[in-house]
Every structure is written in C-alpha cells, then in structure tokens.
Write a protein that binds this ligand. Structure first.
Ligand code: MN
Length: 224
C-alpha cells in the first residue's frame, strides 16, 4: 500500500499568506429571489446547509466540467473564512471568528439535484465533485470590516447573469456562523459559502466566468 495523508488545500490572502482550509459549509436558499426561482422559499426558522469536501475545491483558473451531468449550474457566493472556531457562539463571538472574505462559486449538477429532491435523497451527487467549489483570494476582515452590504454579480462571457447585494441574504454571515456552531465545533480554516442570488443557469465548456463582490478581488475561471 502506498498513499499520502490527505493534505488540506490552502487559501491565499491579499497580503500574501497561505492558510489551510478545513471544512466547506454551504448554505442553501439564503436569497429570497433565488429560493423562488428554485421553486421554494427561504426558511425563516433556520438556515439549511450541506458540505463539500475540501478536496472538491479549486482556485481556478480552469474548472473541469464534471461527469454525470448535462446541466452544470453556476452559483456566485460570498465566502466567509474563519480564523478561529468555537461552539454555541453568540452573534458577537461569531463575528470575531471571521478572518476574512472571498468570492466563491458553488457549482451544481442541477439535473442530479432535481432527481435527488424528487427521490428525497441527499444532495451529495449534486454538490460534491471535482472542482465543485472555487474560492478566490481572501481579503482579511481588517481591511473589509464586517461585510453587510456589497454588490455581488457573475458574468458569463461578458454578459451579467447574476446580480444582487449581499444585504438580500436572509441570514448574514454572523448569523450563519452562530447557527453552524450549534451543530458542531467550528474551527480555523472553515469556509462558509453563504448562498447565491437569483439568475443561476447552465455553463458549458469554453465559458469564461467572472464573479465579483464589491471590496473583494474578482474571481475568474474558464470551464474546460
Ligand atoms: Mn449555493
């Protein structure tokens, strides 16, 4: 037998650091308009989430079109990066765990997700595969402050497909972190993909995507 211990990938920061990624939490249906376009609604009682494996992440600029789908969808998202953890965090303590923010893409096998929903199965096949998540360069919170308002958008081949503002999120980053901390102990290097605004749609090989959030570095990628 011959294998190496799994190595956590490292995210890059705007000030040149490389820090290890721990887990990848992804929030679903956090923008009303997106929940509606998916035929659902925001659950105001509690957020809903799933995880991607850390080795499903890439930094681009190439994103491999996955197997087992004919309907790969883009979801541009604000990503909160934790610099420390904790459990049962108050909102104040949850805010203190945030190290910084980045632009992220949550790629989804939409056809397989529809099938999973129909059969009452988990979303694993739809959400967790090679290059299923893309994360940009992380800007420390010391530069951004707590991010409450910022335009968020995604262009595909120069055309704007998604646009909104992070203030449209039903649950902000602090509320999401506090919620997740009630389910397990959070740790430094955990990422929280915070959900996507409306306008999700399919991409094909050759498409060039640019994800943007005001105050953060653009995230560019090509589907190959
Ligand atoms: Mn998503």
């Amino acid at each position: 037998m011959n294998w190496n211990s799994p190595t956590h990938p490292e995210f890059l920061t705007t000030d040149g650091r490389r820090l290890p990624i721990n887990r990848v939490f992804c929030i679903a249906k956090n923008y009303e308009e997106h929940a509606k376009e998916m035929g659902g609604e925001v659950d105001r009682k509690a957020p809903f989430h799933f995880q991607k494996s850390f080795d499903a992440l890439t930094f681009g600029p190439e994103v491999r079109y996955p197997t087992q789908t004919d309907d790969l969808h883009h979801e541009v998202e604000l990503v909160a990066v934790l610099g420390q953890g904790g459990r049962h965090l108050s909102l104040k303590d949850a805010e203190a765990t945030i190290f910084g923010y980045a632009v992220g893409l949550d790629f989804t096998r939409r056809d397989r997700q529809a099938e999973a929903k129909e059969k009452g199965r988990p979303w694993e096949i739809a959400k967790n595969f090679d290059d299923a998540g893309v994360i940009g360069v992380v800007t420390p919170k010391t530069e951004t402050g707590f991010m409450e308002h910022a335009a968020i958008s995604l262009d595909v081949n120069g055309e704007t497909r998604q646009s909104g503002d992070i203030d449209q999120m039903a649950y902000n980053t602090v509320e999401l972190i506090a919620f997740l901390s009630t389910l397990q102990e959070l740790k430094a290097g955990d990422l929280v993909f915070t959900g996507t605004p409306s306008g999700v749609g399919a991409v094909v090989r050759g498409d060039h995507l640019v994800g943007k959030i005001d105050g953060l570095q653009d995230l560019q990628m090509t589907i190959v």
